[in-house]
Design a protein. Sequence first.
Length: 75
Amino acid sequence: MAVLAGSMVLMGCGEAPAPSGKVGADEDAHGCKGSAGYTWCEKTNQCERPWELAEKEKFENTETAFNAYCSVKNN
């Protein structure tokens, strides 16, 4: 009964389950796992956590700055 109640609470969190129903099965076309905070960056040619890349490369930690940094058009 406690498991059922816990499941009902989690269902109300507003997050959609991964398509396969498995945790971590949310890879994008590049293999980046959004649930782990990874986003594809064309400039580095790998999955990056935006806040980590911003700190490492010294740019503002915003979606706009990440997109500008990772855009191949601008580099």
